[in-house]
Design a protein around this ligand. Structure first.
Ligand code: COA
Length: 177
């Protein structure tokens, strides 16, 4: 099903549409602002769009994390992820996450973190158990991780998110989970 969509790297012409996609699917504009902030601060690691015909259907951003106690560990955060409502349930979100994981694996990333519904992210191999090796600002049942390397699997310690996550007013991921 995902083959009907073309996943590619974001180009600068996509930026206004990406912003609109996030604004339209989330209850507030916080996720759209988070995307802008992460990208303008240079903390975006990988930004992919899903395209169908001439239209963008979805977007995913991965951003840099700092593994404070595991020097050199390559860790990234998944999110925000958004698929326009009219394209949801057609495999676009799955294709964006899968392609992102594949590219990051190729880049030698050790571990990816995501805060989200385990019912969705579990299918890619993300687990809360893997995340529990680490200490993050979002620790809880919805904080999950996927190790892409042996190093990522056995690493542990404090993980710091990019400043955008804490500095945004109404930062979307500041939950009590
Ligand atoms: C969540 C989201 C990105 C999923 O994208 P999508 O293109 O609709 O997902 P897919 O079509 O690839 O769905 C794959 C499966 O995930 C399930 N799924 C979709 N959204 C889900 C959610 N929020 N929680 C749990 N499962 C979900 C679908 O039911 C489908 O299940 P199936 O394969 O068993 O039929 C999209 O619905 C969205 O943008 N939602 C609003 C924003 C959001 O919640 N972003 C994620 C924040 S962590």
């Amino acid at each position: 099903m995902s083959s009907r969509f073309y996943i590619r790297l974001e180009s600068k012409h996509d930026i206004p549409v990406i912003r609109k996609i996030h604004q339209s699917v989330f209850p507030t504009w916080s996720e759209a602002e988070l995307v802008d902030y992460l990208q303008s601060e240079g903390d975006g690691v990988l930004s992919l769009v899903a395209r169908r015909g001439g239209a963008l259907a979805g977007h995913i951003l991965f951003s840099r994390l700092t593994a404070v106690e595991s020097m050199g560990l390559k860790a990234v955060a998944l999110g925000p992820l958004a698929v326009l409502e009219s394209y949801q349930g057609k495999g676009v979100g799955t294709a964006l996450v899968s392609e992102g994981i594949k590219i990051l694996h190729g880049q030698g990333v050790d571990v990816i973190f995501v805060l989200g519904d385990p019912a969705f992210y579990g299918r890619f191999g993300f687990t809360a158990e893997q995340a529990r090796n680490f200490e993050t600002p979002y620790d809880g049942p919805n904080q999950q991780a996927l190790a892409l390397t042996e190093r990522g699997r056995y690493a542990h310690g404090l993980i710091r998110y990019a400043p955008a996550f804490a500095d945004l007013p109404n930062a979307p991921l500041q939950t009590d989970d």
